[in-house]
Design a protein around this ligand. Structure first.
Ligand SMILES: Cc1cc2nc3c(=O)[nH]c(=O)nc-3n(C[C@H](O)[C@H](O)[C@H](O)COP(=O)(O)OP(=O)(O)OC[C@H]3O[C@@H](n4cnc5c(N)ncnc54)[C@H](O)[C@@H]3O)c2cc1C
Length: 554
């Protein structure tokens, strides 16, 4: 417990009478931190801290990068802005050495301030000064972490832009023929075959750049840091990230293997309206951003641009593309689903050159002022139509059926009707796409009249449903006829369960390998379900590990 003498050197409390100071010392929290421990995180609720001994550094995420923006030494306080203005913390506070803090709760502070107005004045004055400092950070000129040079029509440019956006890395993209190229492109003169090229903030120049090189140079993790983990989670969508948050927070050595970037399908959703706790909806990328930060803060390793290529069910190893193998005590499959393909004439040739499966928000710029077409009648297509209608000139939703109501939520159908630049072409099909180097037109077939017309198109985005991509899994992991992974009592009923104990709810036909989210054979394909199952899977991992480490019954 703290004593009044511990606070004698704190200027903010200098005017507090000894008895009151002694009472405060006795009732306040006595927090001891090891180097690297956090007192509070950005976004936490208000409170006030006094540094009794040690040292605290203040960090803030600015444009996705953690910056150290200040420090606190013994006798200094932090939390003055939240406590004065009733806001959450605007930065995180981390010990750089063994540190002791006094924690004054909001209630204690207001009780103290009611009788000790000088304390209130001093804290409020410090808060006003700090606000000035934070404003300086917010108004600092924007500096992109990477500058990319490449053609809009180049598929690799699109892939890199999506990759950077999904990894929350700020970048500036310059088309080689842009009039202001000379002022924005900081790299050397390059030939066409060296594009796409990037200058990264570590000064390196990447030519013919690919996602993994870019990830390596921008400090993203692309290799495991260890040979073995308590749990290896394959897939970094909502299910995988939820499992990572729970796994890491519960002390499991946790690795997430993600072939692209964290966020999964949800990242492409412009507004998820039905996720609990977000009354006005939340965009998929915002949800993914928060989940990623949370998982990393709690200690999970998130590896990007690595595909899990093989699982050895007997040895519980996961082999990644590139040949790296990691040992796992448990494995969680959270690989979700991938967009179903259309065999429409011209699609394969123009894929990535105006024809896309799904859509990410980074596509918005390329549809600016264009007439675009979205194929599909589900919520994904509806959400994308709403999103693109703020960028494209006209958005046409191409729907095979006679109405949208059967396949799309009512709130979305209502929203679409209110947008003057969205047209719904019912009983219609895309029969062919045209264009030399990039998409220029689409043949729209009217099923009611049996006629076809060619319309100009600046982009065709396909949302016709998705399938589990699980052909790479070993036969030992049972799947249904559509490739979804069977779990729990289903594997028992199939006669695929090898142990005496029952399988856990999310356990596959291989003990210790679990499946959660969209990849699991279940009728519910939703963010909330994926997050719930991802979280639950960790509870089953604990049970499995506890069971596995028990000595065999004699
Ligand atoms: C446009 C759109 C809008 C949506 N809107 C809503 C909505 O409003 N409300 C709602 O509840 N749901 C919505 N959904 C559905 C929701 O996004 C999914 O149910 C949810 O994302 C499923 O999460 P998941 O983690 O199981 O799988 P996914 O999100 O599919 O994530 C799987 C991840 O695994 C990775 N992966 C796959 N295979 C491998 C491998 N071999 N190695 C490494 N990584 C791999 C993928 O790259 C991906 O990142 C929407 C979906 C879309 C596409």
């Amino acid at each position: 417990m703290l004593a009044a003498e511990d606070l004698a050197h704190v200027p903010v409390l200098a005017s507090v009478p000894p008895d009151d100071l002694a009472r405060l010392a006795q009732t306040a929290g006595d927090v001891r931190l090891a180097p690297g421990d956090y007192a509070v995180h950005e976004g936490d609720e208000r409170s006030l801290f006094v540094v009794v001994s040690g040292r605290i550094e203040v960090t803030k995420l600015v444009d996705g990068i953690e910056r150290v923006i200040g420090a606190r030494a013994p006798g200094q306080i932090f939390g003055e802005v939240p406590i004065t203005f009733g806001t959450p913390y605007q930065g995180s506070y981390r010990a750089t050495e063994a540190t002791r803090l006094m924690l004054i709760s909001a209630r204690q502070f207001h009780a103290l301030a009611a009788t000790q107005t000088e304390v209130l004045t001093k804290v409020a004055t410090l808060a006003a000064e700090r606000i000035g400092g934070l404003r300086g950070i917010a108004t600092a000129p924007f500096k992109a972490r990477a500058v990319m040079l490449g053609h809009a029509s180049d598929d690799r440019v699109r892939e890199l832009r999506t990759f950077l956006t999904r990894n929350q890395i700020s970048y500036d993209w310059i088309a080689p023929d842009a009039p202001d190229r000379a002022t924005r492109w900081t790299g050397p003169t390059l030939t066409e075959d060296q594009l796409p090229a990037l200058v990264c903030d570590d000064g390196s120049l990447l030519t013919q750049a690919c996602s993994r090189d870019v990830a390596d140079h921008l400090g993203l993790q692309t290799r495991p840091r260890s040979d073995s983990y308590d749990t290896v989670i394959i897939g970094g969508g909502p299910a995988g990230l939820a499992a990572a948050v729970y796994g890491a927070s519960e002390g499991l050595r946790t690795l997430v293997v993600e072939r692209e970037a964290p966020g999964g399908q949800a990242e492409t959703s412009s507004r998820i309206e039905n996720y609990l706790g977000f009354p006005t909806g939340v965009s998929g990328d915002e949800l993914a951003r928060r989940a990623l930060q949370q998982a990393v803060r709690l200690g999970a390793e998130i590896m990007v641009t690595r595909r899990a290529a093989q699982i050895d069910p007997a040895r519980k190893t996961v082999t990644l593309d590139g040949g790296i193998t990691v040992q796992a005590r448990s494995i969680i499959l959270a690989t979700g689903v991938s967009w179903r393909r259309l065999s429409t004439e011209g699609f394969e040739r123009l894929l990535g050159k105006g024809v896309y499966y799904g859509a990410s928000r980074s596509e918005a710029g390329t549809t600016q002022g264009q007439d675009i077409h979205l194929i599909g009648a589900g919520n994904s297509a509806g959400q994308a139509a709403m999103f693109f209608s703020n960028h494209a000139r006209n958005v046409t939703l191409v729907v095979r059926g006679a109405s949208l109501e059967a396949s799309m939520s009512k709130y979305l159908v209502d929203q679409l009707r209110c947008k003057p630049n969205i047209t719904v072409a019912l009983q219609s099909e895309a029969r062919a796409v045209h264009g030399d180097k990039a998409l220029t037109a689409l043949d729209l077939f009217d099923r009611a009249s049996g006629t076809s017309q060619r319309v100009n198109s600046g982009g065709v985005f396909v949302f016709i449903g998705a399938d589990a991509e699980t052909a790479w899994l070993p036969d030992a992991i049972a799947r249904d006829e559509r490739g979804y992974v069977c779990t729990g009592e289903v594997v028992a009923k199939l006669g695929r369960w090898p142990l005496e104990r029952d399988p856990y709810l999310l356990e596959t036909s291989v003990p210790g390998i679990f499946a959660c989210g969209d990849v699991r054979a279940s009728p519910v394909k939703r963010v909330a379900a994926a997050v719930g199952e991802g979280s639950m899977s960790i509870a089953f991992v604990h049970q499995f590990l506890a069971h596995a480490s028990r000595p065999p019954a004699s």
